[in-house]
Design a protein around this ligand. Structure first.
Ligand code: PLP
Length: 458
C-alpha cells in the first residue's frame, strides 16, 4: 500500500502545556477584558494567536546560535545572514532590523510623506499602521474574489491589475511604491501568483514606480506557486523565490515567520539610493547597520532558518498540517476562507455566528467562545483589526471578519489539530444560541486590537 504522508522531521525537545477548566477560563477572559492579547500565555492550552516568532528552531539553528559573532560592527554573523538573503532573493543590500515592523519603520521613514498613496494587495496591519501614521493612505487593490470566502481559486492573494492601474493613472504622482504582501495575510494567508507579480512589475515599470514585497511568508508563497501554478512544478523553491524577487526592487521581512526565528527581520534591496537613505534611519531606530537590533547568534539562526525553510519538504510538512485542519473543518461543515492558505485557517465568523450583528464583532466573539470552550487562543482578523477610517472615524465593516487560527511552525502535532477542530465544532453546534457579541469599552487610536478593552454586549 502507498505510505501515508508524515513530517519531514522528528522531535528532539518538548515543552509541557496545560489544560484548564471552563470556570477558570471564564474568569481569566473577563480579567483580560475579552481581548485574547491580554491573556497570559500559561492560561492558554493550544496557542494559535500567531505563527510569528512561535516556531520551533531546528538543531542546526541552535547549533548556529552557539557560534554567533557578537562584535558590534562587521560581525561574521551579519555576513552569514546577508549571504543567505542575497543567495535566496538576489538582493545585494541587506539591513537587519529587530523585526518586520522595524524594517517598515526604517524604509517608510525614507519613502513616505504626508498625503502619499501606497497601493498593493491587502496591507498587513503594521504596514497599514506605518503608512497611516505618516498621514498617507494604504489602498487595498486585492481581487474582489478574495472577499468571497467560499470561492475556491488558487491565487486569492493577487492584486487586481486594473484597480492598481486606476490608482496609478489618477494619483500616480502621489505613489511612492507599490507593495505586494506574499502571502497575503489579511485576505487569509492566500498566495500571489508568479504571473501576478510579473504583471505588477510590468505595470510599475510603465508608471516608473518601484515594487516592494512584504515578504514575511514568501517561502510559503513559493510553495503554492510550485504546487498550483502551471510551469513551476519542476522548479525548486529556491529558484521560484529568486524569480519572485526579480519582480521587485526591495523587500521588508519579518524573519519571525518564514525564517523560523523567534525575533528578527531585515530590509533587502538592489536600489542603492534606498539603501543609503535607510542606513541612516536604521542607525537611529534599530542599531548599527550590521546588527540592527539583532544579536549575532540570532542572525546566524536566521541564516540557517531561511535556508532550511526554502526547501520543499519543510514547507510541505507545514502546509499539509494546515490542510489537515481544513479537512477536519470540512467534515464538520465549518466555513473558512477557501482554499486553505499557508499559515492559518481563517474561519468566516459572520457565517458561523449569524445572530451576532457586525457592530458586535462576530469574529472577536468567536475567538472568545473558542477560548472558553477549550483554552484555544485564536485571533480576530476582522472588524476590530480594521481600525476606524482615519478621516471619518467610522468602523470599517467593508472587509472580511475572520477568526484566524495561526499554526506555529513545527510546534503542534495533528492530534492538536483534532482537538482544535472538535472544540470549534462544539461552538459551531451551539451557534444558534450565541446572539450577543462584544462592545468596545476602550480603544487606542491605531492598531486597537492589541489593547482594546471589551465587554459582552447587553
Ligand atoms: C508579521 C508581519 C509583519 C510585521 O512583522 P513583525 O515581525 O511582526 O514586526 C509585516 N507584514 C506581514 C505580512 C507580516 O505577516
Amino acid at each position: 500500500m502507498e505510505l501515508p504522508f508524515a513530517e519531514s522531521w522528528k522531535i528532539k525537545m518538548i515543552e509541557p502545556i496545560r489544560k484548564s477548566t471552563r470556570q477558570e477560563r471564564e474568569q481569566w477572559m473577563k480579567e483580560a477584558h475579552y481581548n485574547v492579547f491580554q491573556l497570559s500565555a500559561d492560561r492558554v492550552y493550544i496557542d494559535l494567536l500567531t505563527d510569528s516568532g512561535t516556531g520551533a528552531m531546528s538543531d542546526r539553528q541552535w547549533a548556529a546560535m552557539m557560534v554567533g559573532d557578537e562584535s558590534y560592527a562587521g560581525a561574521s554573523s551579519f555576513y552569514q545572514m546577508k549571504d543567505a538573503v542575497t543567495r535566496i532573493t538576489g538582493f545585494e543590500y541587506v539591513l537587519p532590523t529587530h523585526q518586520g515592523r522595524g524594517a517598515e519603520n526604517v524604509l517608510f521613514s525614507c519613502l513616505i510623506k504626508e498625503g502619499d498613496i501606497c497601493p498593493g494587495n491587502s496591507h498587513f496591519d503594521t504596514t497599514k499602521g506605518h503608512i497611516e501614521m505618516r498621514k498617507a493612505f494604504a489602498v487595498d487593490c486585492t481581487i474582489d474574489e478574495a472577499k468571497n470566502t467560499q470561492l475556491e481559486i488558487p491565487f486569492k492573494g493577487n492584486v487586481d491589475i486594473n484597480k492598481l492601474e486606476a490608482v496609478l493613472k489618477k494619483d500616480g504622482d502621489r505613489v511612492p511604491f507599490i507593495i505586494m504582501t506574499c502571502t497575503n495575510n489579511t485576505s487569509g494567508g492566500q498566495p500571489v501568483s508568479m504571473r501576478n507579480l510579473r504583471e505588477t512589475k510590468a505595470l510599475a515599470d510603465k508608471y516608473g514606480k518601484k515594487v516592494i514585497i512584504d515578504s514575511a511568508r514568501f517561502a510559503e508563497n513559493a510553495y503554492f506557486i510550485k504546487t498550483r501554478e502551471e510551469g513551476y512544478a519542476d522548479k525548486s523553491i529556491k529558484e521560484i523565490c529568486r524569480e519572485m524577487f526579480s519582480y521587485a526592487h526591495c523587500m521588508t521581512m519579518s524573519a519571525k515567520k518564514d525564517a523560523i526565528v523567534n525575533m528578527g527581520g531585515f530590509i533587502a534591496t538592489n536600489v542603492q539610493e534606498w539603501y543609503d537613505a535607510a542606513k541612516v534611519k536604521n542607525i537611529i531606530f534599530e542599531g548599527y547597520i550590521t546588527y540592527g537590533g539583532m544579536s549575532g547568534r540570532d542572525m546566524n539562526a536566521l541564516a540557517v532558518g531561511l535556508d532550511e525553510n526554502t526547501e520543499f519538504e519543510n514547507l510541505e510538512t507545514r502546509i499539509k498540517q494546515v490542510e489537515y485542519l481544513g479537512k477536519k473543518l470540512d467534515e464538520y461543515g465549518i466555513p473558512y476562507q477557501r482554499p486553505t492558505g499557508g499559515h492559518a485557517i481563517f474561519v468566516d465568523a459572520p457565517k458561523v455566528l449569524t445572530h451576532v450583528p457586525k457592530e458586535q464583532f462576530p469574529a472577536q466573539t468567536l475567538a472568545v467562545e473558542l477560548y472558553l470552550e477549550a483554552g484555544i487562543r485564536g485571533c480576530e482578523i476582522g472588524y476590530l483589526l480594521a481600525d476606524r477610517d482615519p478621516i471619518t472615524r467610522q468602523n470599517r465593516f467593508n472587509g472580511l471578519d475572520l477568526l484566524r487560527l495561526a499554526i506555529p511552525r513545527r510546534v503542534y502535532t495533528n492530534n492538536h489539530m483534532d482537538v482544535i477542530a472538535a472544540a470549534l465544532k462544539n461552538v459551531f453546534d451551539r451557534r444558534e444560541s450565541i446572539t450577543k457579541g462584544m462592545e468596545i469599552e476602550w480603544e487606542a487610536e491605531l492598531m486597537r486590537h492589541f489593547t482594546v478593552k471589551l465587554k459582552r454586549a447587553e
